[in-house]
Design a protein around this ligand. Structure first.
Ligand code: DGY
Length: 320
């Protein structure tokens, strides 16, 4: 069986595929393939390992209906038209669980970095703007005993809640479509409605999928209902907040700060006004970017393709 891999992945994933007898071809260059290039590359392979956020839409599935399986290397799958995949009879898998702690670490890092204006402070040193010991200028805020609001208490949200409780004794509130009583058994967390989440959170962190329901849920109206001292964190998907509304909310002092690992579009342009704000920190979508986690993701994705080769159901299939 032949597999096409759209970007370099950790060697453990490639070896796993080779050991299972796959004929592997990889797009080694760092540029993202265009849709035409991807469709072309898929014509003489049986399965696809789609690395990153490259879009797989209806046109792709119509042109590649011969594929027997597609493994994604992400937990999120908003870049894939699953209905079209199902229509074409192609199973698609994702990589849940293995990246939860690493992604929650980035949310935690952003929370702390924003609260102490860490990036702005470090830039003062590197740009030569550190003039004297200041006592009252550009102060941060502390997290001890504050309320962390989680929008989407799933695996990643749960991992963040545990860290915040252990490190800062934070009080956890959350909002999901439905109450998650399983998660509540593992962490002390109170279910609240969306309005209460907005009004009571000192830090509000997003851990939900991008869906038509969550797209731009954090907009001008939502920011207006948050505390003026609140910190907004998004490590999920950039489209869940409305970027221009976020910029306005920060400029007008409706919220205090923001930490983003995801933006809309990605990459964010270097002249974005958010990058000039002292209580904003933006990372380039690095939630799962550790050696350990990326290796686990590559293994999980390759194991799903090996299941296809063996005529079995993909363990992490998302469209059955
Ligand atoms: C995920 O797994 O969804 C991460 O955001 C990487 O795309």
């Amino acid at each position: 069986m032949k597999v096409f891999v759209t970007k370099k992945i950790p060697q453990a994933g490639i070896e796993n595929l080779l050991k299972a007898g796959f004929d592997v071809s990889i797009h080694e260059q760092s540029d993202r393939l265009s849709q035409e290039e991807l469709i072309q590359a898929c014509q003489d392979v049986d399965v696809l390992l789609n690395v990153g956020q490259g879009k797989l839409d209806e046109t792709f599935f119509k042109s590649c209906a011969h594929l027997k399986g597609i493994a994604l290397t992400s937990v999120g799958y908003d870049h894939v038209d699953l209905a079209a995949a199902t229509e074409a009879g192609i199973p698609v898998s994702n990589t849940p669980d293995v990246l939860s702690d690493a992604t929650a670490d980035i949310a935690f890092l952003l929370m702390l970095a924003v609260s102490r204006k860490a990036l702005f402070r470090a830039n003062q040193v590197s740009s030569g703007a550190w003039a004297d010991f200041e006592f009252t200028k550009d102060l941060g805020i502390e997290l001890y005993g504050k309320t962390l609001g989680i929008f989407g208490l799933g695996r990643i949200g749960l991992s963040l809640a545990r860290k915040a409780q252990a490190a800062y004794g934070m009080n956890i509130i959350y909002h999901n479509r439905n109450r998650n009583t399983e998660a509540e058994k593992r962490v002390e967390a109170t279910y609240v409605n969306f309005d209460t989440l907005l009004r009571e959170s000192d830090v509000l962190s997003l851990h939900t999928n991008l869906t038509p329901e969550t797209q731009h849920r954090f907009n001008a109206e939502a920011f207006r209902r948050m505390k003026e001292s609140a910190i907004f964190i998004n490590t999920a998907r950039g489209k869940i907040h409305h970027e221009l509304d976020l910029i306005a909310a920060l400029e007008q002092g409706e919220i205090w700060g923001a930490g983003l690992d995801v933006t809309d579009p990605e990459p964010m342009q270097a002249d974005n006004p958010l990058l000039k704000m002292s209580s904003v920190c933006v990372f380039p979508h690095i939630g799962s970017a550790t050696i350990e986690t990326r290796t686990q993701m590559a293994l999980l994705a390759s194991n799903n393709l090996i299941a296809v080769r063996n005529g079995k159901k993909m363990p992490q299939v998302i469209n059955d």
